[in-house]
Structure formats: structure tokens, C-alpha cells
Design a protein around this ligand. Structure first.
Ligand code: MG
Length: 128
């Protein structure tokens, strides 16, 4: 049985195929030209753009504009979460485009998490 991360990767690959985005990993990643692989550039821009929309959704909720006074908190939260998921779409797309599989993403995530724990502990130890 596939785990949820694998299911997300599959769902994203299916969406990419429907959109005509190649699901084949980009070869020679370290020496590539972005012009040769526009989908990777589009994916990276998508992450940044959607991250901006996450921020916009947060700002919109905090500003509480008078013309949105009747808007329910749930609507703001739903909009915010939808934008977070939009970021996830592009993160998954970029992973697929560079050939990073769910197991590789998990391993990289765990490595990075260990590094962050270490940095935090070193900073805390330096204070004490
Ligand atoms: Mg969006």
C-alpha cells in the first residue's frame, strides 16, 4: 500500500501529465540551462508566487477590511490553506522534475531536520 506522500507524488504527476508538463526527470541537472527546461523554472517561480499568495491571504485576514466585515473567519482560513496547498503543488512538481522521489524527499527532510535540531541545541548550549 502506498503511503500518503507517495499518493501526493502520484496525484501531482497525473495533474502534470494533464497539463502537458513532462513527468520525466530532467537529465544533467547540475549543468542544465533553464531555457532548455522551462518547466523547472516555472515550478520554481510557482513556489515563490504561491508563497506570496500565502502571505497575501494572511495579510487579508489580518487587515479585516470593512468591505469584508461579513466574511467569516473560516473563509479566511480556507483561503489561506488553499494557498499553502498551491505551494505544495509546485514543490511536488519541482521534486518530480528533478527526479526526487518520495523516499528521497523524506531522507532529505530528515537530514535537514537533524541539522536544524543540532543548530538549535548548539545555540541553546552556547547561551547556558
Ligand atoms: Mg494560489
Amino acid at each position: 500500500m502506498k503511503d500518503r506522500l507517495e499518493q501526493l507524488f502520484e496525484a501531482q504527476a497525473e495533474l502534470m501529465e494533464k497539463m502537458g508538463i513532462p513527468v520525466v526527470p530532467i537529465p544533467n541537472f547540475s549543468h542544465m540551462s533553464l531555457a532548455e527546461f522551462p518547466w523547472l523554472a516555472e515550478g520554481a517561480m510557482g513556489i515563490a508566487s504561491e508563497a506570496g499568495e500565502v502571505l497575501d491571504a494572511l495579510v487579508a485576514a489580518r487587515q479585516n477590511k470593512p468591505w469584508k466585515a461579513n466574511r467569516a473567519d473560516e473563509e479566511y482560513q480556507a483561503e489561506f490553506i488553499e494557498e499553502v496547498v498551491d505551494v505544495l503543488f509546485f514543490v511536488l512538481e519541482v521534486c518530480i522534475l528533478v527526479g526526487l522521489e518520495p523516499s528521497g524527499l523524506m531522507a532529505t527532510y530528515r537530514d535537514k531536520t537533524r541539522k536544524l535540531h543540532k543548530r538549535i541545541e548548539e545555540a541553546q548550549n552556547a547561551k547556558s
